[in-house]
Write a protein that binds this ligand. Structure first.
Ligand SMILES: Nc1ncnc2c1ncn2[C@@H]1O[C@H](COP(=O)(O)OP(=O)(O)OP(=O)(O)O)[C@@H](O)[C@H]1O
Length: 613
């Protein structure tokens, strides 16, 4: 903490009463530590540099002062100054790294302005909407605050649709560290050099980097530095790591889930898309439902998944946290794979056609076999037709994957406000420390308890040590401590004894999930969610504030599930205590079955069912 302040409440902060009521309505009793620091400076119109751990309430620490400032200016005055020469001059802009965060910030503004709805209007602009439609929207609706990713805003500025020189009063760059890691530096520089620099500036970030320090010097004028020493949250987040082999990751996760040692709601991070579906299929084989969230899915589906996960309708979410560069590689490799396969198929088809022609020729040579020839021809035609149909289907699937453009503004795992996540599992170790920090920030939010479990292989041992060192250093340097034991990660031994008896059945299941099965599952999911997305769209039209609970966690290959795998016989536990509840369902079912057969037998036995009335 760099500046001493006396603790304030929302009521004594000097904020507009309607904003105070909105905080109370959300059940917020006191401002969080970072809000305590930032509110007074923000309300006084100072530039702020807000640095605090993920989940500490940073968004409201800049949104509340921005809204307060808006409420001080008359609506009519604001509106008239925002349209000049058919160009849009917003009062405020908020920059975030992903479209999910655009929507999240817009929603939070709606909640915080609950008691002054008609007076404040925020609009997020995203890449889906054509530029001209966006222009018409901005000019007709005249939002006070525009929320955008740097790329989209820079584009609209270059087209002279949005101008920031004259009217801009406030600008916030949220998740600034991510904005740089997502590669937005160029767009950000364009925005900053073409904006009114005497506006009030908020630079908000969970971690520090040289780029942020440079940006700080460039845009902030005599800023109030809000840095937080989070001693309280020390007790809330526990970080653990286990060294495992690649296949044992599946085994360990299964055992932890099955024995109830991994608390849900759980968010599981993997580094690539195919692996996420492999994990989903693996869990599905044991009747454990999960939902995969990735940037191939349509936007409506993603929103619905996130909303329903936050509402507690699914317990396990598998999320992909891949690099932007890596994403492009995957698209290419997928297209390449499919192409290679198609070439192979074409060759085999040509070969079989040649063989057929050869056979036909031979057949034709033999005397009196016209009938045979006819049936052969017919069979060949049928074969050809089948083959063509198969090929057409394959082509359609391939087109579907290639046309399902990955959303570059997607980054759900970072910065999104997940509610009540008990455990974050790094099934794959993140490649960078910043990514690790953002992943762990999805749990232990808003003062809640959370656990992080990281799996790492022998090859990743150095990365793990590096992450551990950097996390300690980062948090100590910035006077933010987030974990006990001197901020370090606790290394746990691999529980070989506990899991060894399960290894055989796990390996069997894993071997049955082939690459082709994973690909099919992925295609099936995309198809299903495209249909879901249409349903959701029509639903949103009727009830825009509602999100129906579509089951996004349905099994992808239900016919492959072996019900016996859900039963855990005692011998699997060797000398260990059988955890409570593991066999319960089976036993209950058995009893029910017994009663039923007993009744049936009685009914069929005339001596027992006979009655004299
Ligand atoms: N004063 C408060 N009292 C209780 N809960 C709060 C308060 N302020 C914010 N919250 C809640 O805390 C959660 C985290 O807030 P927020 O998303 O703003 O954190 P953050 O620091 O921006 O996290 P990240 O860096 O991950 O984006 C949200 O669910 C929010 O509703």
């Amino acid at each position: 903490m760099t500046e001493e302040t006396t603790p304030i409440t929302f009521e004594t902060s000097g904020m507009d009463n309607r904003l105070v009521s909105a905080c109370n309505r959300l059940g917020w009793k006191f401002p969080t530590a970072i809000q305590q620091l930032s509110l007074s400076g923000g309300l006084a119109g100072k530039d702020l540099l807000i640095r605090s751990r993920t989940g500490s309430g940073k968004s409201a620490s800049y949104l509340l002062p921005i809204l307060n400032r808006l409420l001080k200016t008359k609506v009519s005055q604001r509106k008239s100054s925002q349209i000049i020469n058919n160009q849009f001059h917003p009062f405020g802009i908020i920059l975030v790294p992903t479209r999910e965060l655009c929507e999240q910030v817009e929603k939070q503004i709606e909640e915080l302005s609950y008691f002054c709805k008609n007076l404040v209007f925020a609009l997020h602009i995203i890449a889906d909407i054509p530029i001209q439609t966006q222009k018409t929207r901005l000019i007709s609706q005249i939002p006070d605050i525009v929320i955008s990713t740097p790329t989209r805003l820079a584009l609209l500025m270059k087209q002279k649709i949005i101008v920031l020189k004259e009217n801009l009063q406030v600008c916030a760059i949220d998740e600034a560290d991510l904005i740089f890691t997502f590669g937005y530096s160029e767009d950000l520089n364009h925005i900053v050099t073409h904006m009114n620099r005497i506006c009030q500036f908020y630079l908000v970030s969970a971690t520090l980097s040289t780029e942020i320090e440079e940006m700080e010097k460039l845009v902030l004028q005599n800023p109030l530095i809000c840095n937080i020493k989070e001693t309280e949250s020390n007790k809330l987040l526990t970080q653990m790591a286990i060294k495992v082999t690649e296949d044992d990751k599946f085994l360990l996760l299964y055992v932890l889930l099955r024995l109830g040692q991994l608390q849900t709601k759980a968010l599981i991070f993997v580094n690539d898309l195919n692996k996420s579906y492999r994990l989903k299929l693996f869990l599905e084989r044991f009747s454990i439902s999960s939902v995969v969230l990735n940037n191939e899915l349509p936007q409506n589906t993603r929103n619905s998944i996130l909303e329903n996960f936050n509402r507690g309708n699914f317990d396990i979410m598998i999320a992909i946290d891949e690099n932007i560069e890596k994403k492009n590689k995957i698209i290419k490799s997928l297209g390449g794979d499919e192409k290679k396969k198609d070439n192979k198929k074409n060759k085999t088809k040509k070969k079989s056609k040649k063989e057929k022609e050869k056979n036909n020729k031979n057949d034709g040579d033999s005397d009196g076999e016209e009938d045979n020839n006819l049936t052969n021809e017919k069979q060949n035609e049928e074969l050809d037709e089948k083959f063509l149909k198969k090929k057409q289907k394959k082509k359609k699937d391939q087109e579907l994957i290639q046309n399902t453009k990955k959303d570059e503004e997607f980054g759900v795992v970072r910065g999104f406000d997940f509610k009540k996540i008990k455990t974050v599992v790094n099934f794959d170790i993140p490649k960078e420390t910043t990514s690790y920090i953002h992943r762990i920030g999805r749990t232990s939010r808003a003062g809640e308890v959370g656990t992080v479990l990281t799996f790492y292989t022998l090859d990743e041992q150095d990365t793990m040590i590096e992450i551990n060192k950097k996390v300690q250093k980062e948090f100590q340097q910035k006077t933010m401590q987030i974990v006990p034991n001197n901020n370090s990660i606790i290394y746990l031994p691999f529980p070989e004894k506990k899991v060894s008896t399960f290894r055989y059945r796990i390996n069997n299941v894993l071997n049955s999930i082939t690459k082709n099965l994973v690909k099919d599952a992925r295609i099936k999911e995309i198809k299903r969610e495209i249909i879901n997305s249409k349903k959701l769209q029509s639903h949103f039209k009727k009830a825009p504030n509602d999100l129906i609970a579509l089951r996004h966690d349905l099994h992808l290959q239900p016919n492959q599930i072996n019900k016996n795998l859900t039963f855990l016989p005692n011998y699997l536990f060797q000398n260990q205590k059988v955890p409570e509840g593991v066999h319960e369902r089976k036993r209950k079912k058995k009893n029910r079955k017994k009663k039923k057969t007993h009744k049936k037998r009685r009914r069929n036995n005339p001596l027992k069912s006979f009655r004299v009335d």
